[in-house]
Ligand binder design. Structure first.
Ligand code: S3P
Length: 448
């Protein structure tokens, strides 16, 4: 798939067989990044089980090391971090290169920026286009200096932390767990209480992990779906054990593949069912999908379930904007499901999709266009006019260094009349390195 020589590696998927079997997708990307970061900020040793060993997370592991943690890998998915502790970070010797990873870079800006050190952040051509002002603004209020930045608040950029970080109250301007988390992580090294107010609840992995490592966090519900999260600064975080559950965002690809591929019957094991991550499952159930949640249980403080998924006749629905935070990374693959459904699906309030690894709204629309699926963008809404199972396909989709665009359109190819090709599969390794072999185990015909 990735030849590591900078040459694009096209991948194709074609229909032919039903998908059957049981699979387990890798550890959750959000929790994997955070487990390493909390390991860095804790005193003592943190043990991680089920870490996602994707390229994005490995960049975070390297950055933790550069900031003073001892990071080691015992066996696949089992890692240990010896913490530097809050206030104990060292100045990194080189540039912190986060590759494709928005989450790793933004969370780490909060971590490094709140320490009296100078740190430089950079990344690949995708990360260099993504807005960082949303992180730099609250960090500026906390006393962090932006020594240099690329036009428009982009990486490469250099931060210099204050002698003492200032606790603040901050209302996030967008529904973004990354903004919330960057502020809370910076607040760990600020004396006093910091409050982050979000008007729509976003994934709460940072809050959960703060408590798990021993910080005091107060969460008050506000208005319709909002929250005020208050953290007591400068706690002593203690090294801990983190069990990383399977990533619902990665599970969404075999899940939708099974729904749209006739005759399929697949079980995806141990998928995290945190309610702030299950918007796609909710939506697909409304569309008529046969998805059963089996053996719900607790794993590492999160509810997980085995998802049994059978090929289903889907009907278009309206997906309200209020659901976006709980399925923000799943819209590309929902658009694929919607293409196979009967009637229109309207996905409302997708403005945040424009600032992901690519402009996902544009990239999805271009992919649908290439595959012959009628669709429209109206303001921040995407409307997909489902073709009732008869999607033409037969085209190549530009992935723009975006792993989720890559996987979504390969899924489409498994059920379209003619194969689908993506221009480059290399980025799949950022979040789901075994995507192609795992899909093949289910019977998928994917060629790289
Ligand atoms: C993430 C938050 C989301 C999501 C990203 C992971 C996180 O980004 O898209 O893949 O781990 O906090 P935003 O906070 O920008 O919505």
């Amino acid at each position: 798939m990735s030849h590591g020589n900078g040459q694009p590696s096209p991948v194709s998927a074609k229909a032919g067989t039903r998908l059957t079997g049981r699979v387990r997708v890798p550890g959750d990307k959000s929790i994997s990044h955070r487990s390493l970061i909390f390991g860095l900020l804790a005193i003592g040793e943190t043990r991680i089980e089920g870490l996602l060993e994707g390229a994005d997370v490995l960049r975070t592991a390297q950055a933790c090391q550069a900031l003073g943690a001892g990071v080691s890998r015992d066996s696949p998915g089992r890692w240990r971090v010896r913490g530097a502790g809050i206030g104990g970070l060292v100045e990194p010797a080189g540039v912190l290169d986060f590759g494709n990873a928005g989450t790793g870079s933004r969370l780490m800006m909060g971590v490094a920026g709140s320490h009296p050190i100078t740190s430089t952040f950079d990344g690949d051509d995708s990360l260099r286009k993504r807005p960082m002002r949303r992180i730099l603004d609250p960090l500026g209020r906390m006393g962090v200096t932006v020594v240099s930045e690329t036009e428009g608040g982009r990486v490469p950029l250099t931060l210099r932390g204050p002698r003492e970080t200032i606790p603040i109250t901050y209302e996030t301007p967008a529904a973004s767990a990354q903004i919330k988390s960057a502020v809370l992580l910076a607040a760990l090294n600020a004396p006093g209480r910091t409050t982050v107010i979000e008007h729509e609840a976003t994934r709460d992995h940072t809050e959960r992990m703060l408590r798990h490592f021993g910080a005091t966090v107060d969460i008050v519900r506000q208005g319709r779906g909002g929250r005020a999260i208050t953290l007591e600064g400068q706690p002593e975080l203690r090294g801990s054990t983190v069990v990383v559950p399977s990533d619902p965002s990665s599970a969404s690809f075999p899940l939708v593949a099974a729904l749209i591929t006739p005759g399929s019957d697949v079980v995806i094991e141990g998928v995290m069912m945190n309610p702030l991550r299950t918007g796609l499952v909710t939506t697909l159930l409304e569309m008529g999908a046969e998805i059963e949640r089996l053996d719900e249980r607790d794993e590492g403080g999160e509810t997980v379930a085995d998802l049994r998924v059978r090929a289903s006749r889907l009907t278009g629905v309206t997906v309200p904007a209020s659901r976006a935070p709980a399925m923000i990374d799943e819209y590309p693959v929902l658009a694929v499901a919607a293409a196979f459904a009967d009637g229109p699906t309207r996905m409302q309030g997708l403005q945040e999709l424009r600032v992901k690894e690519s402009d996902r709204l544009a990239a999805v629309a271009a992919g649908l266009e290439a595959a012959g699926v009628p669709h429209a963008i109206e303001g921040d809404d995407l409307i997909v006019n489902g073709l009732g199972g008869r999607v033409r396909g037969g085209s190549t989709v530009a992935t723009h260094l975006d792993h989720r665009i890559a996987m979504a359109f390969l899924v489409m190819g498994l059920a379209s009349e003619s194969p689908m090709t993506i221009d480059d599969g290399a980025m799949i390794q950022t979040s789901f390195p075994r995507f192609i072999p795992l899909m093949r185990e289910l019977g998928a015909r994917i060629q790289d």
